[in-house]
Design a protein around this ligand. Structure first.
Ligand SMILES: Cc1cc2nc3c(=O)[nH]c(=O)nc-3n(C[C@H](O)[C@H](O)[C@H](O)COP(=O)(O)O)c2cc1C
Length: 203
């Protein structure tokens, strides 16, 4: 996993990490939350939707490590998978609950990709995030709570991530995490298409 690099961000610019309030924040189905990072996961770009939904100003986000919006309910194993995947040059779809500046939270379906420079070298990372239906949020929250339980304890961090990864895989019924995510996201896409069809028919 990428090291935390707070030291490169002047203290005055660092956003405060908030305490979760349990209040859910909403954003539109049509909106896309976008950020880009450098190789260490420091934010280099955040779009207006990112700022609105997270409650941070662009100046607070750019230069900050992406874990500024890390929610404590997120399993370490999911971020381990995220970093292992993108550092290997692959893309990942992941459900993530993020923490806003006021302590509220919001669920996203993130599509995280490496950005390639000359010679095929990875020069940074990019994430586009979309809205998640409430029933999927509930299912993912239950799954992640199980994984967090497996990650609890006093063992070294590496061992806790390994326990979390094992708990995550045990719940995927032989599917990869990506396939598992798509079993939900594909159903969302079908539901959205059905909604659009009904709206069209009702006109
Ligand atoms: C492109 C990109 C987007 C990321 N987006 C998020 C995000 O939305 N929320 C988040 O908590 N971590 C995100 N991360 C992962 C963080 O860099 C970090 O690994 C994670 O917050 C766990 O932090 P920790 O290791 O300090 O606990 C992203 C990483 C990359 C490369």
């Amino acid at each position: 996993m990428a090291p935390r690099r707070w030291s490169v961000v002047p203290a005055i610019m660092r956003p405060r990490t908030s305490t979760p309030t349990g209040v859910e924040r909403e954003f539109g189905r049509e909106q896309i939350i976008v950020s880009k990072t450098d190789l260490q996961g420091r934010i280099t770009y955040a779009n207006d939707v990112f700022c609105d939904v997270s409650g941070y100003r662009e100046g607070e986000l750019v230069g900050a490590p992406h874990n500024v919006i890390r929610h404590p309910d997120m399993p370490m194993a999911v971020f381990q998978l995220l970093w292992d995947t993108v550092q290997a040059g692959e893309e990942l779809f992941a459900y993530v609950v993020n923490l806003a500046s006021d302590g509220g939270h919001y669920w996203v379906l993130a599509h995280v990709t490496p950005s390639f420079g000359p010679g095929g070298r990875i020069v940074g990372y990019h994430s586009n995030r979309r809205w998640v239906p409430p029933q999927v949020r509930r299912q993912m929250a239950a799954l992640y709570a199980d994984v967090r339980r497996a990650e609890a304890g006093d063992a070294p961090k590496k061992a806790r991530i390994a326990a979390g990864t094992a708990a995550l895989h045990a719940r995927l019924d032989g599917r990869t995490y990506d396939e598992f995510v798509w079993s939900f996201a594909g159903a969302d896409a079908d539901a959205a298409r059905a909604d659009a069809g009904r709206a069209e028919a009702g006109r």
